[in-house]
Design a protein around this ligand. Structure first.
Ligand code: CMC
Length: 427
């Protein structure tokens, strides 16, 4: 028997089915509410609304759990690789050795960009924010790869997924090189995904560049930590854009634009700026007081879904220590500030009562800076890694037979109907 919820509006009473997922709260299915009761539901910010059914990622925010296709993020970060996680998100299962070899080959052999594509970069100012370049360049991919824009063809959907996962590091590295005034570095097929990306960012023709396995592993793990996060703002943007039948390159460009905001992917840059502003451990109590007086927020703290320690933040903290040790910067004053700030905040009733814990961005800025990236590249790296999540969610939506164009309703609070008046009769 299906559980139902009963809703009474005036004299009308409507029974609504209650849906159950594998985990998480039950969901009241309100689809027939308007037809039967002539009312809408109101939920700006979607705090109580499930916008879709998904099998990809599960978050239990109270328990601090993040699962991709059922696998905990800490196990994936420790034991897997970014490309294996990409396969898992796209296909639902971990690959066999043979499947992985084929997938790895497909990604590796799609990393090059069309030669004419490079002309796009020259059209941007040298001081353009790399996220602005990313939005434009990724949108432009659909002008180059027409043969994978038919969303009704499963083969083309998969090729477009491979192309985006493969080309995103090449585009991101070019955005970085362009801002530095250095020549573009082409991808190489004999290197891993993360190694290839670091080479394209940091090698120059004037000298040999040697990969560092510790830094490569850290980069790969940072990609894993950002690969997907269920129906967040940018993923919902990708789904909404895709619901009209738009091609996948255009949809991912929309996701990148949404990610750019400081409440979303831009928070890692803000967290690093905050640590720099605090400067040293002695200044922490005064800064914390300012947070409690609501003059500003503690960046890298708090989350809409996690009301516990963000499981990604734990892995990021360990990665941060590894990277700083490798680059010989264990005395980084910002790390000291971060660790002390975390200790103080986790024991302070203001933060404890509001369930405010470090999120993934608290330690990522320090780590990325130690890897050699300037703050304006932080969100670009997030976009690069999140591309697989966006494309997996987009594919799932396109393949869902119950999918409809996204079309929210509203409460209209504007003027009631009135007649047009000519200008001489106004005022
Ligand atoms: N510092 C101080 N107080 C905070 C913070 C914070 N970072 N976050 C929330 N609060 C307080 C807030 O003032 C409110 O207190 P009260 O109930 O007394 O008014 C309470 O906690 C609930 O806050 P909220 O704004 O209703 O919570 P939200 O779920 O809408 O906001 C958030 C989530 C992530 C926007 C917010 O925690 C925040 O602004 N954090 C800082 C920015 C940040 O680190 N963002 C990265 C998120 S993780 C990466 C990603 O997913 O993109």
């Amino acid at each position: 028997m299906v559980d139902t919820a009963k809703i009474s509006i005036g004299a009308k009473s409507v029974e609504l089915p209650i849906l159950k997922g594998t985990a998480g709260p039950d969901v009241v299915d309100v689809r027939k509410l308007y037809a039967e009761a002539d009312v809408f539901t109101y939920d700006p910010g979607f705090t109580s609304t499930a916008s879709c059914e998904s099998k990809i990622t599960y978050i239990d925010g109270d328990a601090g759990i993040l699962l991709h296709r059922g696998y905990p993020i800490d196990q994936l970060a420790e034991k897997s690789s970014f490309l294996e996680v990409c396969y898992l998100l796209l296909h639902g299962e971990l690959p066999t050795a043979e499947q992985f070899t084929e997938f790895d080959h497909n990604i590796t052999y799609h990393t090059m960009l069309h030669e004419q594509f490079d002309r796009f970069f020259a059209g941007f100012r040298r001081d353009a924010h790399p996220m602005a370049i990313m939005v434009g360049a990724v949108g432009a991919l659909s002008a180059f790869y027409h043969d994978s824009t038919n969303i009704d063809d499963p083969q083309q959907r998969m090729i477009s997924a491979h192309r985006m996962i493969a080309k995103m590091p090449t585009i991101a590295a070019r955005a970085f090189k362009y801002s530095k005034g250095q020549p573009f570095v082409h991808p190489r097929n004999d290197e891993s995904y993360a190694e290839n990306f670091l080479r394209m960012c940091f090698s120059v023709p004037a000298e040999d560049w040697k990969p560092n396995p510790v830094l490569t592993r850290a980069m790969d793990r940072i990609f894993i930590l950002h690969a997907d996060h269920e129906q967040n703002a940018s993923t919902s943007t990708v789904r909404l854009a895709g619901s009209s039948g738009a091609n996948p390159f255009a949809c991912i460009a929309a996701g990148i634009a949404c990610l750019w905001g400081p409440s979303h992917g831009g928070a890692n840059e803000e967290a690093l700026n905050m640590l720099a502003e605090i400067g040293s451990v002695e200044n922490i109590p005064e800064y914390v007081q300012g947070v409690k007086d609501r003059r500003y927020r503690l960046m890298g703290f708090g989350h809409r879904v996690y009301k516990n320690y963000d499981p990604r933040a734990k892995v990021m903290q360990a990665t941060c220590h590894e990277v700083l040790a490798e680059v010989g910067n264990t005395d980084d004053p910002l790390l000291k500030v971060a660790m002390e700030l975390e200790k103080i905040a986790l024991n302070d009733p203001y933060f404890v009562e509001r369930k405010l814990y470090p999120n993934v961005d608290f330690y990522s800025g320090i780590t990325l800076r130690a890897l050699g990236f300037p703050p304006e590249m932080f969100t670009v790296l997030f976009a690069l890694a999140r591309t697989v999540g966006w494309i997996a969610q987009w594919k799932e939506m396109v393949e869902d037979p119950s999918q409809k164009i996204g079309r929210p309703r509203q409460i209209y609070t504007g003027a009631a109907q009135r007649d047009y008046t000519s200008v001489d009769k106004r005022g």
